[in-house]
Structures are given as C-alpha cells and as structure tokens.
Design a protein around this ligand. Structure first.
Ligand SMILES: NC(=O)c1ccc[n+]([C@@H]2O[C@H](COP(=O)([O-])OP(=O)(O)OC[C@H]3O[C@@H](n4cnc5c(N)ncnc54)[C@H](OP(=O)(O)O)[C@@H]3O)[C@@H](O)[C@H]2O)c1
Length: 257
C-alpha cells in the first residue's frame, strides 16, 4: 500500500450534500461549518430566520448553501414538508440535530413538556430519517447521524421526556442500521456529554450544579460544540463506511465513571 503524509481523502466530504437540522446554533452550527470545511454543500434547517450567519460562514468556506425554515414541532405539516424538502434537495448526509429539553420533577411534569420534546427529538428525527433513508437506499448509499445524548444511556434528573426521547433515538439508530446496513446506508449516532450551548444554559447558571457536573467529568471541562463536530465529520465520511448502528459517545469520559 502506498504511504502518504497527506491528510486522508477518506475523511473528506467533497461532492456530498448534508442536511443539518437545528443548524443556526450550538452543535448543529459547529457540525454545519465542519462539514463545509470538509468540502460538503449544505441544506440548513431552523425554525427561525436565524441561519444567515452560519450560511455566510459556510459559503465563505466554499460551500453551496440552502436555508430552510420549518418548525419541526408541527406534527401535522411535517410529513408533507419533509417529503417536499427531500424531493427538492437530494442529500447524502442527514444530521438529526434539532432538539429541545424541558426540566421539572416527574411527579408534576406537564403533558406539554412530555409531548413537545418527544415530537421534535424523536418523531421528527424518525420522519426525516425515513424520508432521507428511502432516497439514499434508492441511490445505494448515504449517512444518517442522530444526535443522541449520554441520556440515551442514563436517566438524568428532572428530564423524563428528554431521557425517553434520547433513549428512543438510540433504539431508532440501531433499528434503522439493522435494516439498511446491507444496502449502503450507514445509520449512527453521536451521544454528547455536557456541551456549552443553549440547552445547558440553566444548568451552567446554577453554580452548584455546574461545579458538581464539572467535577464528575474525567476530562475536567464541559465540551464545546467543536468537540462534537469532528466525530460528526468522521461518521459522515468514507472512513466510517463499516460503522453501523453505533452510538459514538463524546463525553470527556462522563460515562466511564
Ligand atoms: N448541549 C448539550 O449538553 C447536549 C448534550 C447531549 C445532546 N445534545 C443534543 O444536541 C442537539 C443540539 O443541541 P445544542 O446543545 O446545540 O442546543 P441548541 O443550540 O439549543 O440547539 C438546538 C437546535 O435545535 C433547534 N430546534 C429546537 N426545536 C426545533 C423545532 N421545533 N424545529 C426546528 N428546530 C428546532 C433549535 O433552534 P431554535 O433555537 O431556533 O429553536 C436549535 O438550533 C440536541 O438534539 C440536543 O438534545 C446536547
């Protein structure tokens, strides 16, 4: 085999187009920009008109970018929207990143806080994966990456709908991988630990909780969104072609404790 000191082409995403949900902020934004750096074109989805900044940065990196606004909590409109979106934009990579969290004691947890979280974190992710996967199977290849959580493995405290939704996403990842691995479509997930984004703002504002969590992370710090972006490039690349149904934990060692 010829040896070279050039970075491996196996990690490049040239000629690929990636759909990233929740791309305006946090982890989704970092993944979108990392994909643009690796050579991919982008379809960015947000529920607000807030994609200009990330789209401009991705374009400056050479990516062609389409921006789409849709509220993934819209259960009635979602199936039609998803099919139309994917009819309009062929994508080789889907990142189901959009997600939300609601906090509260389980004994008084409101129905809305249950349904709203499951709707976006689980139902929308399934419908996007189903529609994108069907088209990828037709073309003989593609990559689907679900953004799960360490709460795909643990229950957490005061986040029953979030933990349930992320456990479901891990199960969905494995279920789809079993069906699609033999037909060229890789379905995997990334399970971030504690990342400095809007989702964890309440936790980080609570000095005691923040210190407790930091002390339990073997790496000694919270993740930045960029810590999640590299693994997302890897899973989208040819270097990960033989990885199926894997939940890649990116948590600074949190689950080792
Ligand atoms: N931060 C962490 O510690 C952590 C740990 C494990 C897993 N995760 C997961 O990582 C993913 C990204 O979260 P993040 O930490 O980067 O926080 P974030 O900045 O709040 O990102 C969540 C994204 O999802 C979008 N979103 C939420 N509801 C939506 C809806 N109904 N329709 C369309 N988009 C919607 C948000 O858009 P708007 O802001 O415009 O509503 C936002 O861009 C989530 O799935 C989260 O569960 C985060």
């Amino acid at each position: 085999m010829r040896q070279t000191r050039e970075p491996s082409a196996a990690f490049a995403l040239h000629g690929r187009r990636a759909l990233v949900t929740g791309a305006a902020t946090g982890i989704g934004r970092a993944i979108a920009l990392a994909y643009a750096s690796a050579g991919a074109d982008l379809v960015l989805l947000s529920d607000q008109d807030n994609l200009d900044d990330v789209a401009g940065l991705a374009q400056a990196l050479g990516a062609k970018v389409a921006c789409v606004r849709f509220d993934l909590a819209d259960a009635a409109g979602r199936p039609g929207f998803v099919e139309a979106l994917l009819d309009h934009h062929d994508v080789d990579i889907l990142v189901n990143n959009a997600g939300l969290i609601r906090r509260g004691p389980s004994e008084t947890f409101a129905d809305d806080d249950w349904y709203d979280v499951i709707e976006v974190n689980t139902h929308a992710a399934f419908q996007l994966a189903r529609a994108a996967g069907r088209r990828m199977l037709g073309r003989g290849g593609g990559k689907i990456i679900n953004v799960a959580s360490v709460l795909s493995f643990q229950g957490g405290m005061f986040v029953p709908s979030y933990a349930a939704s992320k456990h479901a996403l891990a199960g969905l990842t494995r279920a789809l991988a079993n069906e699609w691995a033999g037909r060229g479509v890789n379905v995997n997930a990334i399970a971030p630990g504690y990342v400095e984004t809007a989702v964890t703002e309440d936790l980080r504002d609570d000095q005691r909780r923040r210190a407790e969590i930091t002390a339990r992370i073997p790496a000694g710090r919270w993740a930045t969104p960029q810590d999640i972006a590299g693994p997302a490039v890897f899973l989208a690349s040819a270097a990960a072609d033989y990885i199926h149904g894997h939940i890649l934990v990116v948590d600074g060692g949190w689950l080792c404790r």
